[in-house]
Structures are given as C-alpha cells and as structure tokens.
Design a protein around this ligand. Structure first.
Ligand code: GTP
Ligand code: MG
Length: 289
C-alpha cells in the first residue's frame, strides 16, 4: 500500500514509526522524500508493504516532475492507498488533485489525520466528519506519527482492508533498496538539517563508491552535488567547517544504520542546473519505478 499526501504532513515519520526503524529521512522542511521507498512491515501474522512517497506538489522543474510522477505512480498497482493530512492548518485540507487520481484509480483509500498531538481532541471530530463527506474513505483514523499514537488502530484498519496473501519478502527484510541508497539519503538529511534556504532543494548526494572491507569497516565516498558555485561555497563552509559538520553527523547516522564502523569521504561538486535536466536526474539515480 502507498502513503500519499502533501509535503511535510509526516508520511516518512509514519513509515519509520510503523517499521520501528529510521528508514526514510525526515526533516521539518517540506520536500524531503524524493523517491518511492519500500518499507516492509512484519506484524504478528501479517506482512504489509508500504511505499513512502514524495509530498505531492506542482512544480515545473524536471526534479519536481519526477517527484510528482513518483507520488502518482504510487497510486497504481497497490491494494490500498493511505492518504495523510495534518490535523490543523493549511495541510489539514484534502489534497484535491491527488484525490482525483485516487478516485480514478478505483483503489480503496484510507485517511489518517496526523499530528493530533498538536490539537485538542474536540476539534478532530468536525474535521473527520467533513473529510468523510468529501471522499468515500473506507476508514478515517486520527494518529500522531511522532508520538506513536493511534498506530495500532491504523494497522488494524489496514489489515481489515488489505487482501490476504502469502508474504512476499522474508520477515527480516525491511526494504528492497540497496544500502548505498540509504547511505546517500542519510548524508542528504544532514545537508537538509545544516544548510538553510533553497540550497538543499538543489542538492543531491551521489555515492561514488561503497565498499565493505574484510575488517568490517564500510568505506563510502560521496559527492554532494549542488547547482551553483555559490552553493558549493556555502556547503563547504568557512575553512571546510560546514562539510565537516555534515560529514561527522552523517557518519554517526551511517554507523547506526549499517551497524558497522564507517569511513566517510565527502566532497562537493557543481553540476549546473541539474534539477532541470532529465538526463542528469538519470545519471544521479533518479529512476522511474
Ligand atoms: N507534532 C508532530 N510533528 C510531526 C508528526 N509527524 C511528523 N511530524 C513532523 O513533521 C515534519 C515533517 O515530517 P516528515 O515525516 O518528513 O514529512 P513527509 O510527509 O515525509 O514530508 P515530505 O517527504 O517532504 O513530503 C518533521 O519535522 C516531523 O518531525 C506528529 O505526529 N506530530
Ligand atoms: Mg517524506
């Protein structure tokens, strides 16, 4: 099943809580997730395959179009769609263009209202009622992905709505994506956290090499790719201060994720306007599917 919704509503936080692992990177800034990411949930007697997706928004650059395609492709070939909204403010509204796609797909949809830790309970009921009138959701579940509230009820609702079948993956597997993909994501997460303004949106991380040595150490070389020389200066920082901070924080996260000591070498490379080029997206691993 797929988790879809506007940017920043907490899709990746929800996936991580369900899986009890930091699989998909999370940031307080929107447009964090860039790929459709499979997470495999193994509960008692059930396996649920989740796709985390980029927040749905309508930009025009090649990268924006890629993100939208990833979100939309998640509305096909699944048994259930989980739409996520927030419990107050602008993002508590249903994302209309996405709902149109869901309606056309004919796939059953479930709504989760997230971030209920931020609102008073009496406010939720009118919101749930209004959303129930707007779209034929099979169920509506209030949750707090951050605090882990309501997740049992959410999983129950999903199990009820999903068809039965044999498990598709071994029960110790958590994703089908390679470790080097997650390595790039963990480094990009640190760029998002440490570099402010627009720069992280024009940044990607390309893993040039990923080697597990015989002594157990994992040696990773990563290029942080930016759009302009002026961005490179900021990501490198005064006397290399920023890139060192990003590298150190990322190395800690990588060691936790891989469960092994990591030697990480990072450098910054300029690729002019790569976010506008379909060819460059392909080169950096933004593949359809
Ligand atoms: N208070 C509160 N914050 C939350 C909750 N769930 C997520 N957040 C925060 O919301 C922000 C965005 O979370 P993400 O999980 O990155 O959101 P997303 O929908 O995956 O965002 P994109 O990948 O950019 O589309 C982060 O700062 C989270 O900590 C929640 O239940 N309560
Ligand atoms: Mg996300």
């Amino acid at each position: 099943m797929s988790i879809i919704g506007s940017p920043n509503v907490g899709k990746s936080t929800l996936l991580n809580q369900l899986l009890k692992q930091r699989l998909s990177i999370v940031c307080k800034k929107p447009q964090t997730t860039r790929n459709r990411i499979l997470g495999i949930y193994n509960g008692s007697g059930c396996q649920i395959l989740f796709f985390d997706t980029p927040g749905f928004h309508q930009g025009t650059k090649a990268l924006d179009r890629f993100l939208t395609e990833q979100a939309l492709s998640a509305c096909a070939n699944v048994d259930l769609i989980l739409v996520l909204v927030e419990s107050c403010g602008e993002r508590s509204r249903l994302p209309e263009p996405l709902l149109t796609v869901v309606a056309q797909s004919g796939i059953p949809a479930l709504l989760a209202i997230n971030k209920i830790d931020l609102v008073e309970r009496p406010r939720l009921l009118p919101l749930m009622e209004s959303h129930a009138h707007s779209f034929p959701f099979r169920d509506i579940v209030p949750v707090s992905a951050l605090k882990g509230e309501g997740l049992d009820a959410l999983v129950k609702a999903m199990v009820r709505l999903l068809p039965e079948g044999p498990p598709l993956y071994p029960d110790d597997m958590i994703s089908d994506l390679p470790e080097r993909f997650f390595a790039g994501e963990l480094i990009r997460e640190q760029v998002l956290k440490n570099v402010h303004g627009e720069i992280p949106y024009g940044t990607t991380v390309y893993i040039e090499s990923f080697k597990e040595r015989d002594d157990g150490l994992v040696a990773i070389e990563a290029a942080i790719i930016v759009e302009r020389e002026s961005h490179k200066k900021i990501v490198v920082g005064h006397g290399g201060q920023m890139i060192r901070r990003i590298g150190e924080a990322a190395r800690g996260q990588l060691e936790r994720f891989l469960g092994a000591p990591v030697f990480l070498k990072t450098f910054v490379r300029v690729e002019k306007n790569w976010t506008r080029s379909r060819g460059k997206l392909d080169e950096f691993g933004f593949h359809e599917g």
